[in-house]
Design a protein around this ligand. Structure first.
Ligand SMILES: Nc1ncnc2c1ncn2[C@@H]1O[C@H](COP(=O)(O)OP(=O)(O)OP(=O)(O)O)[C@@H](O)[C@H]1O
Length: 395
């Protein structure tokens, strides 16, 4: 049997101990042979994933990533080998039971079109025979968690949602019964780049809060670098070529194969490692919806700001009017600026630049916990930070 492949656990990032609700996953010599195939699709894979880690599966098409993922929740039966969740061997556990402990998110959300958002999200709790009130409360809590207003969305049908919103509901549904493990199979593959970036940011935020164990299949190496505590690079037969942190894979590809896969731009990809939260943000004047406009304008003038960030009743930024625009109102309006460029603290500098370009704006609003305002960042700050990291990479 092959040696156990594992990597040191993610530990904590920055501000102290992280809450972890996930459990470890251990694969022991797991193999899948499809009938009629000469070679196993997954050949004797031994792998350990630490509790609370987000581990990204990447590798060429057909190398067995999806097969391996689906063996974890037994949508595909392994031909041999053992699978453990925490201390428990679940290889022979009833597949339905198992799936209640493992959330599953696929491309385009995989929602049932004839069911409302709340029915979709409540499916597993209903199977678990929760009472109606508990399910309704859980649905609302999850919609909040994934950034959708329950009052607006709970009774809609999937066709009445954008691709990004469907994907959010897909994540909410997977989290419904609070499973310790989340499997994600190219969940953001079908949405446009800016929506994809927002969904990635949301996932990072949710994961900071929940600390699940997440296994995530992607074709996008930048996505793997951004989201992963670890990345597994597979070759044919799901052979583990390298299993390490994004930083180490970029800095020291284990084999020429990995270097090729990561691409010639590896040094530049280091830039995707720099997060918005690593850069000093500018603090600006804020005004609550419904407060006095004249006062807000005066405060901004005194601080030398030429715009004000308007916060809704929960402290979330919704617009950033100039002083001239605000001066034309008496109370601070509650109009949501749909084009407001927003990124999270865990977004990469590349994301921030993309968001500015997409909105044709010279800056972005940055949000932190529960979408509250963390500051703003000007395009000059991003460019300066990119130049600094470029100089560091060049040595
Ligand atoms: N149901 C099946 N029956 C027979 N062969 C299969 C079946 N599903 C997958 N395979 C084969 O198993 C191998 C691994 O497929 P798998 O879908 O796991 O790879 P993958 O790495 O996820 O690919 P992709 O990135 O293209 O989704 C491939 O050679 C594929 O053709």
């Amino acid at each position: 049997m092959s040696e156990t492949t594992s990597a040191p656990s993610a530990g904590t990032t920055g501000d102290g101990a992280r809450h972890i609700s996930g459990v470890a996953i251990r694969l022991d010599g797991v193999t899948k042979r499809y009938p009629g195939q000469d070679h196993p699709a997954v050949d004797d894979v031994t792998l350990e994933i630490a509790a609370g880690d987000t581990v990204m599966f990447v590798g060429p098409s057909g190398c067995g990533k999806t097969t391996l993922l689906k063996m974890l929740n037994r949508l595909i039966e392994p031909s041999s080998g053992r699978i453990h969740l925490g201390d428990e061997d679940v290889t022979d556990q009833d597949a339905d039971q198992l799936r209640r402990r493992i959330g599953y998110v696929i491309q385009a959300g995989g929602l049932f079109p004839h069911m409302t958002v709340s029915t979709n999200i409540g499916l597993v709790p209903k199977m678990l025979k929760w009472d109606k009130e508990r399910i309704a409360a859980r649905v609302d809590e999850l919609l909040e968690l994934v950034g959708l207003d329950p009052a607006l969305y709970r009774d809609r049908y999937p066709r009445e949602l954008s691709g990004g919103q469907q994907q959010r509901v897909g994540v909410a549904r997977a989290l419904a019964a609070d499973p310790p493990v989340l499997l994600m199979d190219e969940p953001f593959g079908a949405v446009d780049p800016i929506t994809r970036q927002r969904l990635q940011d949301e996932l990072l935020r949710i994961q900071d809060e929940l600390g699940k164990t997440i296994v995530f299949v992607t074709h996008d190496f930048d996505e793997a670098v951004k989201l992963g505590d670890k990345i597994v690079i597979f070759d044919v037969g799901a052979r583990v070529v390298q299993y390490d942190t994004p930083e180490r894979i970029l800095a020291e590809p284990a084999e020429e194969y990995v270097a090729d896969f990561v691409g010639a731009g590896a040094t530049l990809k280091q830039l995707t490692l720099t997060r918005v939260g690593d850069v000093e943000l500018k603090q600006v004047t804020t005004a609550a919806v419904g407060s006095d406009s004249t006062q807000a304008v005066a405060a901004a003038r005194a601080a030398g700001d030429d715009f004000v960030v308007v916060l809704d009743r929960r402290g979330r930024p919704i617009s950033w009017p100039t002083l001239a625009e605000l001066g034309r109102t008496t109370t601070v309006p509650d109009t949501v600026d749909e084009r407001l460029p927003v990124v999270g603290l865990r977004s990469t500098l590349n994301d921030a630049l993309d968001t500015m370009l997409a909105a044709s704006q010279g800056g972005v609003v940055v949000t932190g916990r529960r979408d509250g305002l963390a500051g703003v960042m000007a395009v000059e700050t991003v460019m300066a930070a990119i130049q600094r990291s470029r100089a560091e990479v060049a040595g």
